[in-house]
Design a protein around this ligand. Structure first.
Ligand SMILES: [Zn+2]
Length: 311
């Protein structure tokens, strides 16, 4: 549909999450008894995958995992798609993979090679399973919490608090001034990789305010108008990248040395050329470069450098 937003890696989840029925234990049990139901096992947050030339997520029937489920393995209901219920299970404790062809591949490496909708289900599964692993105790009273709502809530039996999976918004933006855009080089990343500036949204600020604050803190540049472009789930562990163009109203750069090694204004033609090179695969690490298409920063640079400049 031409009027819908661009879909980047980890977006475009086609599952119906059926959130209104997650509390219905009988219904969830019926789904688990259905031979058509499929489970995605993750071990150490990596999915089981079949095939190395064209890797695919190894969706498995429930039966081989019944023992793990009964032993209390973390199980989350992802939703229903193509008439099948889909779950993810934390197989970190499983003694061996049930299928000899199965292997584990890191999500970042795998995601660009599988269909968009599958990568989105993987993002949902990875973020949820990781959240459970890190939130076993009540943030309010410290008691161990219990899983509820088919993996979408943890409840505290002592103080009755409910805890929900987190999504942490991160603003990521290209500050532009005429035919130039501002890119930064991270202190912690070796080589000559430049990218959009980015940062977590803080309590008590809007997305637009976070964009202006981050650009000013990291580069000294002040921005005026801010325009939303697109968002992307980023399951490492639970971010939502929210992409913007920001209209810079100053030019003089003063980098925050805690955050950036360098920030520069790049002409549009240079960014377009960097987009093309980054899309073609790994490059000479000493050349100025952009992140791969997996990253929303790449997509923001691509859209702006190809003429999407009406901030
Ligand atoms: Zn509690």
């Amino acid at each position: 549909m031409a009027d819908m937003e661009d879909i980047y890696c980890f977006a475009g989840n086609t599952l119906d999450r059926v959130s209104e029925r997650r509390d219905d234990r009988e219904w969830i049990a019926t789904l688990l008894d259905d031979p058509g139901t499929r489970m995605l096992p993750l071990r150490d947050l990596k999915p089981l995958v079949r095939g190395t030339v064209t890797p695919a997520l190894d969706w498995q029937p429930v039966a081989p995992w019944r023992g793990q489920i009964e032993a209390g393995a973390m199980l989350v209901f992802l939703g229903i798609g193509d008439g099948r219920a889909r779950f993810a299970i934390d197989a970190s404790g499983a003694p061996a993979a049930p299928d000899i062809d199965t292997e584990l591949i890191d999500v970042r490496a795998l995601a660009p090679t599988i269909p968009t909708g599958e990568a989105a289900m993987l993002a949902e599964a990875r973020s949820l399973i990781d959240w459970h692993a890190r939130h076993r105790f009540c943030a309010q009273c410290g008691s161990p919490t219990q899983v509820a709502s088919a993996g979408w809530v943890r409840r505290c039996p002592d103080c009755r608090a409910s805890h929900f999976p987190r999504t942490d918004p991160v603003v990521i933006m290209l500050a532009v001034r005429g035919d130039h855009a501002l890119l930064g080089r991270n202190r912690r990343r070796p080589g000559a990789r430049f990218s959009c500036l980015a940062g977590f949204v803080e309590p008590g600020e809007t997305l637009e305010e976070a964009v202006r604050r981050e650009v000013r803190e990291e580069s000294g540049i002040r921005c005026g108008r801010v325009r939303y472009l697109a968002s992307q789930p980023w399951p490492f562990p639970s971010s939502l990248m929210v992409g913007f163009l920001a209209e810079a109203v100053t030019e003089e750069i003063t980098v925050d040395p805690e955050e950036l090694a360098e920030a520069r204004w790049f002409p549009r033609d240079d960014i377009r050329e960097m987009v093309t090179r980054a899309a073609a695969g790994p490059d000479d690490p000493t050349r100025v470069s952009l992140p791969p298409p997996l990253a929303i920063a790449h997509q923001i640079c691509r859209r702006w450098s190809h003429g999407f400049d009406s901030v």
